[in-house]
Design a protein around this ligand. Structure first.
Ligand code: ADQ
Length: 405
């Protein structure tokens, strides 16, 4: 029988009965819980040993988790280097944050090949391989080189940028050729799919055949599959009295003042600094709101072993201090900046407390916080979503107040 084999850079540690954080993890788990199957990827461990396909196996219900460790040089070149130092900024139109090094690209390919070799020891001929995200753009090419003939698809959680932007990455041609080895490529929005097909048609001499791209001797189907959230589940978490410990404390502390809430990973693509400055501008121009409104930013650190991420954290701490110093009163602090994460069941009730959900990334593949915010609202008394036009979610959530961050 055909099994589902999910491959992502990181396999999220899961414990039965406990909620998982993160959009990718929640989506993957849903699919695996329904069908059963395998989830394969990096354990999160970095070793001093040489790279190896030796894996650890663990079962949780119908799901089997297989993980491998990465050696230090691979982690540096693949994860900190090409994936997060080149691809992530480029895919998010932030080319000013991108650097490039061919040795890091070689490391990226090496890890994709390592994943493929490990998969070759795990999969059976009719298993379906479903890869996730920008870390694995070269996986299908490596899987074919390892001799596997399985059906293989990739879902890209990030945007795919306009060809002129993608081509600022010197490895663009190699990446596109590798991506054309997948049988199916999934994108968040029509804009992302069109950007990809435009590149392949114009720059790689591809042709279209019954809606499929034919390029480099391969046929690849390109689809649009916007990721969503479970509306009922989010609302139930938001409304459950048992989850309201933080929400009640928050409400008491607000003394009836309206709350503007933002929740993001601490990442430059999320436009946090611009958002802080926008709030400052709001206070500057509307003094009658002084003492009347609170803006709370929840942003747990992410990728904190990468320099630019440490930098943005420092920058935001400084901005928050400056803005509060400028406007705070003895009994009112306009900006609350929480540098930490919350469990899902604590976070959803916080969304429901906020009169305004402020979601203003500079670019985002989708942005699940926007969808969670809407789903968490009390239908009798909902808040307002303010949403960046550059989040994939803006294509669907067209009743939000759409802004240019
Ligand atoms: P992310 O960039 O991580 O995801 P997002 O879509 O907002 O962004 O998903 C974040 C998830 O983590 C949400 O489910 C949210 O509830 C949770 N989360 C965020 N901050 C948190 C906090 N402080 N505490 C607890 N939980 C928190 C990538 C892409 C997105 C795409 C998703 C899914 O960058 O564009 O929407 O994958 O495809």
């Amino acid at each position: 029988m055909s099994r589902l084999v999910v491959v992502s850079n990181r396999v999220t540690p899961i414990t039965e009965g406990e909620p998982t954080a993160g959009g990718l993890a929640a989506g993957v788990l849903d699919a695996l819980k329904q069908k059963g199957g395998i989830w394969f990827g990096w354990s999160g461990e970095i070793t001093d040993d040489a790279a190896s396909v030796e894996h650890t196996e663990r079962s949780v219900g119908p799901i089997t988790l297989f993980t491998i460790d990465l050696c230090r040089p691979d982690y540096d070149a693949f994860y900190r280097g090409f994936a997060n130092g080149t691809l992530w900024p480029t895919l998010h139109y932030q080319v000013g944050h991108a650097h490039f090094d061919w040795a890091e690209f070689a490391g990226y390919r090496r890890v994709n090949e390592l994943f493929a070799r490990a998969l070759a020891t795990l999969v059976q001929p009719d298993d379906l391989i479903w890869a996730h995200d920008y870390h694995l753009l070269c996986l299908a090419e490596a899987v074919r080189a390892a001799g596997l003939r399985n059906r293989i698809g990739l879902f890209l959680h990030t945007p795919f940028p306009a060809p002129a932007v993608f081509m600022t990455d010197p490895a663009h041609a190699e990446l596109i050729r590798a991506m054309c080895h997948f049988d199916l490529l999934g994108f968040q929005t029509e804009e992302d799919r069109t950007a990809f097909t435009d590149y392949v048609l114009r720059e790689a001499g591809a042709t279209m055949d019954e809606g499929r791209l034919v390029a480099f001797g391969h046929t690849v189907k390109c689809g649009v599959y916007p990721i969503g959230v479970h509306v009922q589940e989010v609302r139930a978490l938001a409304a459950a009295p048992a989850n309201r410990r933080y929400a009640s404390r928050l409400r008491t502390s607000l003394h009836g003042r309206p709350l503007i809430l933002s929740v993001d990973r601490l990442d430059y693509s999320k436009g946090l600094r611009q958002r802080f400055i926008a709030f400052e501008r709001f206070l500057e121009h509307h003094p009658h709101h002084h003492g009347q409104v609170v803006f709370m930013q929840i942003a747990p650190p992410s990728r904190s072993d990468i320099h630019v991420y440490r930098e943005i954290r420092r920058e935001l701490e400084a901005e928050a201090g400056r803005i509060n110093g400028r406007f705070a009163e003895v009994d009112w602090m306009p900006l609350r900046y929480l540098n930490r994460g919350f469990a899902r069941n604590a976070l959803m009730p916080l969304y429901a407390e906020a009169q305004v959900g402020l979601v203003t990334p500079l670019r985002d593949g989708m942005n699940l916080v926007a969808k969670e915010y809407v789903a968490a609202q009390d239908p009798e008394n909902p808040g307002v979503l303010v949403l960046s036009q550059f989040a994939g979610a803006a294509r669907e959530l067209d009743a939000a107040l759409i802004v240019n961050p």
